[in-house]
Design a protein around this ligand. Sequence first.
Ligand code: MIG
Length: 667
Amino acid sequence: MIRKYRFGVPVETEAVVQDLPCRKEMPESGRVLTDEEGFTYIRALEKETAIYGLGETVRGINKRGWVYVSENEDRSFHLEDARSLYSAHNFLLLSGPEPLGLFFDYPGRISFDAGFTKKDILTVSCDHADLYLYEITGESLKEICRTFRKMTGRSYIAPKWAMGFGQSRWGYKNEEDFRQVVKGYRENHIPLDAVYMDIDYMDAYKDFTVDREKFPDLGSFVSEMKDQKVHLVPIIDAGIKQEEGYDVCMEGLEKGFFCTDREGKPFDTACWPGLTYHPDFLNAKAREWFGNKYRVLMDLGIDGFWNDMNEPSIFFTKRTMEEARKKMREFLAKPAGDTPFFELAELAGQLSSSEVHKDFYHDMNGTRIRHDRVHNLYGYMMTRAAGEAFERISPDRRILIFSRSSYIGMHRYGGIWQGDNKSWWSHLLLNIQMTASLNMCGFLYTGADLGGFGSDTGRDLLLRWLAFGVFTPLMRNHSAIHTRDQECYQFEDPEDFAHVIGVRYRLLPYLYSEYVKAALNDEMYFRPLAFDYPDDPMACDVEDQLMLGEGLMAAPVYVQNAAGRYVYLPEDMLFVKFLPSGEMETQRMEKGVHYIHVELNEVPLFIRKDHFLPLAEAAECVEDLDEDNLTMLGWITKKTEYLLYHDDGYTRNLDVPEHYRLLSMEP
Ligand code: MIG
């Protein structure tokens, strides 16, 4: 059941698609205080209560014991003490005999003190008492989640090729760089479906332009890559370069589609292109205009994009730069020896602090509203602009789109990647945990930069990370400029990489089926064990294994130099290891704790007893996958059925009977 409450005058975020009546009384689940100081929600927590949700945040699956803040930021240090990352997912689930879901539909800065300040108190607070609060009750966490997902609308469904493996790196510049990557993969028979184009393909970092020197004819290069069965996926940044004669800039100015300053003039920001303007994605007309721009690249055959820098990430503004220059001048005027070291060190941070959010404005359906009040909607609305445009431009074929920044509601228009992680073992574990929380909030098409974005990856880390990445809908190796080469063929024994990634393709009939069904039925694709086995206290404590779809459990190795790991089986399962020989090793295991050995070039997984997986033969791209000849793998004691979802991989008309096939397996 859903109970909806309104406080003050909320911003209409369109996170929720269901039309629900507002209740007049105060919420039942906690105490609410509202005054000029803002809004506070307080609820006592039982000792045993676990807190789930909050999507893209640091730490574990159970969020209890930290203060999380929704204030989207370009934060490349995903450390344990980070309050916020790139996205705002204000949905919480509380476990217990009467489980509860809470959604705070508030697009400004809001904080969640999950038993941190006081161990048994949950406090949610924000500066303005203008929001919607939804309380969701139900039999189980799973049911509450389903209700929430139904309320916020169907999750975005990517085209099937986008579940193939992709290679990315910040630093690929010209045609030759891309040819090298594709050659490296194809020659080593490592599967590949996509190569990502980072900011250097553009002319001077101008969105929807192509550097003619590096790509004399992008259209024909796109077809050259398509002949090799590789999709090129360009990045689109939020900031628009200020340049006389650049159509996007000129049109935006003319139509008044950029965010404005206090006086109502286009607001000066800066990002990769230098001085920029930020489109007012909160304005529906600006969204439509910007969305149509993607057509420029789609007309050349591009069918996938990633939206970056849309927190928005602002390097500096005219004001912050002027202030910094003033301080520098003051510093230079001081006598030598007088060194305000700390002030100087802080100077860079002040260029781009969240203080600038108070300096600019949006036109939201005719209402002028200051950015800080709606900050967390920016990436959502940018990606909505794209998603809505794709439905107009490409009504028959799904287009790949994922974003860095998001808010709940954006899950209907695109996926997200998990931002600038590092080549750290702890970030492999974070990837596993964050993925579970994102699924609760509707973000099914998601994945982290496999191998890690910042710092240098090791062969062992990349292989272990890929062995988890085989399960995530977005499976992309991405790394930052100036880090060690991270393409799989750059390491010793590339056949190990070919094998591990090959397992993804063997599993794809099942993974795609579970992914699409999860989206269509408002289910989670990945679930913590606590959601499936709420009455098993040991299962509830597991933070490094995930249930996937109806029959699979993933239990990746994420510790360096480990020969394997301990796993907890909440029920009898079949342990499967995909060996580099192409064979599978299987072992029936009883409920309980087991130690499993896993080599770097092996992929482990578990299948619940009396469930099975349909497997294909490995292929080097999605297009080559033979799905007519599937083999069934499982520990079956009775006749068992599986409903396989299968389509052409593109259609927008998904939920039709022809796409379902009942498979069965007998002992
Ligand atoms: O300021 O486009 O998260 O994936 O490679 C860095 C360059 C901008 C941040 C993205 C990352 C991308 C990088 N971008």
